[in-house]
Structures are given as C-alpha cells and as structure tokens.
Design a protein around this ligand. Structure first.
Ligand code: AMP
Length: 285
C-alpha cells in the first residue's frame, strides 16, 4: 500500500485523482486495525475508485488525563492489513505537521457535543470534528465511512457536513463484534482476561434491553433496569451512562412510542478501560 505522510503530498495526490474523474472513498482511523475498520474499507470500496485510509492518533481528541501515550500502535501490521483489505493509499500524517505551533482555529460541536460522551470528555468532539474537517480537506473524499460503534461521533460528523456544507457523503457502517458479542475496539487489548470476560455484559445488556422492547415494554426505566442487570458489576466498574434515546437527537426518552425506533447507548469503564456500545431497535406496534 502506498503511504503518504506529507499534507501537501496528499493534497496533490487527491487533486490528481479528482482531475481524472475518479471517486475517492475515505476511512478515517486511529490505527491498530481490526475487522471493524476493515468493514468500513469494504463499504468505501463499493462506492469509490480509490480508497484512502487515514491513520492518525489525533492528540486533540484526548484529554490530558486520557490514554494518548499508551493508545495501541502497530504501523507495520496496519499497513499489511490495509493492503490486504484493498486500501489504495494510507495517509499517516505527523502530529507536528497537522498541528503546527501557530494552530488555533477549531470546529465547535455545539450542544450535542457536550452530552453523553461529552459529559465525561468535554473537549473530545471538538478535537474529533476539527481533525475530520482537516482530513476531509486533505483527502477530498466523495464518500467517507464511519462506524456506528461511535454513534454520537457519526451523528456529529453528519451534522458538521450539513451545517458547514462539506461536499461529502457520510456513510455509517454497522458495529462489528467478537463472536461473544463484545464490540471490536482497539482499546479491547487493554482488558485483562478477567475484565475481557466480564466486558460481554455490555452487549448482553443491549440484548436484554432489546428483548424487553420487542416484548412490548414501553417504560424506559424498566428497559434500563433490564440493561443494568446484565452490565458488569464490582468495585472496578463505573457505568458512565445508559441512555435510551431517539436516534435523531439523542434526547433521553421516558416512554417509548410504537412504530418508532430508539437507540440504546452505553459507556462503562471496566478497570482502566472505557468501553462504549449501542444498538438501534424498532419499537413494535
Ligand atoms: P478508531 O480507530 O477507533 O478511531 O475508529 C475508526 C473508525 O472505525 C470509526 O468510524 C469507528 O466508529 C469505526 N469502528 C471502530 N470500531 C468499530 C466496530 N467494532 N465496528 C464498526 N466500526 C468500528
């Protein structure tokens, strides 16, 4: 796979691709690739002639207390996986070139950026939207693919694209899971064997909630209680949130309405590792 690190190099390259009329599909990642990332590449390939994966552990979306230094990295292996998946270009810029000392202009995420993930991570989405805006200007995508795993992030990116008139189609791909249900994540590598086995409580909780809703439960407190019963418990567990919300604005619901769909969103810290998961389910008539 061809690797480009320079900002002007990638712009010259993507300019040339557009000039000959080819469609560009972009998959932004922080590397340490797993099958979830690969599924995004497959979706991008269906919709474009040239697939660019960006690989950048973006410092501005990590708070000083978070795991920027220890975030897992394996560039050689990522190159091999990207190549095998059919990525044509890997864009891996340096933090220094992305954020020179005089850097100061950012994308403000608005009200949705301070809810849910934004409660625990108040500057996170400002960092995410700013880097995605930069990556879009550098890679010039026709389509960009994100994962439903980061539901709120995908929503905010869609909103940024609408509000700021980016000429990019945003696609969201389903969550890829391990065979026992745990949503794939680069951070799963941090889980000890004991934590790993208890982490399946997140997807179990979502399934329990979905079963309640499918069975006719309309009261959100009862659905949440069913979810909580399956979540891992103990001194080393912190549930940041369990929310049942409308999938458009992520506002918490109290009662569910037949014929709509809802999203169940979870964030749980298992030891030092923060895990998120979600599921969209229909509310039957
Ligand atoms: P990351 O490298 O964690 O920043 O993720 C890069 C992209 O991959 C984001 O759009 C994520 O939502 C997506 N992604 C991460 N994990 C999964 C997964 N298990 N299934 C589908 N997409 C995922």
């Amino acid at each position: 796979v061809r690797v480009i690190t320079g900002l002007r190099d990638i712009q010259a390259t993507t300019d040339a691709i557009r000039v000959v009329g080819q469609r560009i599909g972009v998959v932004p990642t922080m590397g340490y690739l797993h099958e979830g990332h690969i599924s995004l590449v497959q979706k991008a390939r269906e919709r474009s002639d040239v697939v660019i994966m960006t690989l950048f552990v973006n410092p501005t979306q990590f708070a000083p207390t978070e795991d920027l230094e220890t975030y897992p990295r394996d560039f050689e292996n990522d190159c091999a996986k990207a190549e095998a998946a059919g990525v044509n270009l890997l864009f891996a810029p340096t933090p220094r070139e992305m954020y020179p000392p005089e850097f100061s202009i950012v994308v403000e995420p608005g009200i949705l950026g301070s809810d849910l993930e934004g409660i625990v991570r108040p500057t996170h989405f400002l960092g995410v939207l700013t880097v995605v805006a930069k990556l879009f200007h550098l890679t010039r995508p026709h389509v960009a693919v994100f994962g439903q795993k980061d539901f709120q992030q995908a929503m905010l990116i869609r909103k940024m694209v609408r509000d700021l008139d980016f000429d990019v189609e945003v696609l969201v791909a389903p969550i890829v899971r391990e065979s026992d249900g745990l949503a794939m994540s680069s951070r799963n590598v941090f889980l000890s064997p004991d934590e790993r086995s208890r982490a399946i409580g997140l997807s179990r909780g979502l399934h329990a909630g979905a079963a309640r809703i499918a069975g006719g439960e309309r009261n959100v407190s009862s659905v949440k209680a069913a979810i909580h019963r399956e979540l891992p418990a103990g001194d080393d567990i912190n549930v940041d949130y369990v929310r049942i919300a409308d999938p458009e604005f992520l506002q918490p619901l109290e009662m569910l309405t037949s014929g709509t769909s809802v999203v169940m969103l979870l964030a749980v810290r298992v030891g030092k590792t923060r895990l998120i998961d979600n599921m969209v389910v229909p509310v039957p008539q």
